[in-house]
Ligand binder design. Structure first.
Ligand code: BG6
Length: 302
């Protein structure tokens, strides 16, 4: 784990006035991006993206005001990285929900300016702590490109001598005007597992609208997804690469109330749309093989 002071990291990696490492909430190191194409923020804890604002636009991500910013705890909102399992661990109830990647400090690899875009690259590799939960030898590289588009690239390399099987999700919380007026397009006729209804498999008909707790894993779909938000008058489009499932989640009233780091009032302003490979679509890699999953988000006016 890299317990290096933000100022030291900034000296080594920072690009003055464009990408700087500073002390964020809870004293945790975060990178602040300011370029002609976008502004944004990402923490080393969990490689957790907490803000993306493309030029001439408003914040696209939802962040909970009640979020913890504490080593070893997940940040609520933004983009948690779920890896190497999704949801509870199937065989160990003590293992952290959604895996360990979102609660570990990642190593900063580089900050680069590509034209008006800024690319942040972070790494996480297997060590004693990861092996406590999962035996694989792996190297993860997470490349986030802040620009008019937001590109999240999640690359796993199997550096061990055994095959590796894992789940991964880019658990993105989008900020929306009002959940009851929002619709999600792109998943018509796709089969999904309804986690709010005993994991029953169902078929989506038409756009998704949300009027109750929703926790759905859409299977075998690589399609683009569009979040239509008539209140904020914008359309958020998510293009996926090498992601064969999409999760749609909103906790609704009761579940939100029970989540101290979310609170009672914020849930109508968030929707999670997650590019992922989970359940029957786990990724299997032979030694030395690599897999890259991408989610590219764009925003346009409605
Ligand atoms: C979603 C899952 O992706 O994440 C839900 O499908 C889960 O089942 C939600 O409740 C939030 O998980 P957590 O661990 O961040 O509270």
């Amino acid at each position: 784990m890299q317990a290096i002071e933000p100022a030291t990291l900034n000296q080594r990696f920072g690009i003055a006035e464009v990408a700087e490492v500073v002390e964020g909430q809870g004293g945790l190191p975060k990178i602040v991006i300011k370029s002609a194409a976008a502004e944004g923020e990402i923490y080393l804890l969990g490689a957790h993206l907490t803000s993306w604002k493309p030029a001439d636009s408003h914040e696209v991500l939802f962040m909970s005001r009640n979020s913890l910013f504490q080593d070893g705890k997940a940040i609520r909102g933004g983009v948690p990285v779920c890896f190497p399992w999704f949801g509870p661990n199937p065989s160990n109830p003590k293992a952290p929900a959604h895996g360990f990647a979102r609660i570990r400090a990642w190593e900063l690899d580089s900050l680069e300016k590509h034209g008006d875009d800024v690319v942040v690259t972070m790494q996480l590799a297997s060590d004693e702590a990861t092996k406590q939960w999962w035996s694989a030898d792996f190297r993860l590289t997470y490349r986030v490109t802040f620009g008019r588009e937001l590109t999240l690239e999640f690359v796993l390399t199997n550096i061990g001598s055994e095959p590796v099987t894992y789940e991964a999700a880019l658990h993105t919380y989008y900020r929306i005007g009002d959940i009851s007026k929002t619709s999600i397009e792109g998943l018509d006729r796709v089969h999904y597992i309804d986690k709010t209804d005993n994991r029953e498999e169902k078929i989506q008909r038409g756009p998704i609208t949300i009027a109750k707790e929703t926790d759905s894993v859409y299977l075998d779909t690589t399609a683009d997804i569009a979040i239509i938000d008539p209140v904020l008058r914008r359309k958020i489009t998510v293009h996926k690469e090498n992601s064969h499932c999409t999760v749609v989640w909103n906790p609704w009233i009761d579940k939100a109330k029970a989540m101290a780091d979310l609170g009672e009032t914020a849930w109508p302003n968030m929707i999670c749309v997650e590019a992922c490979n989970v359940g029957p679509f786990v990724v299997e890699l032979s030694p030395e093989q690599q897999h890259s999953m991408k989610a590219i988000t764009t925003v346009s006016a409605l």
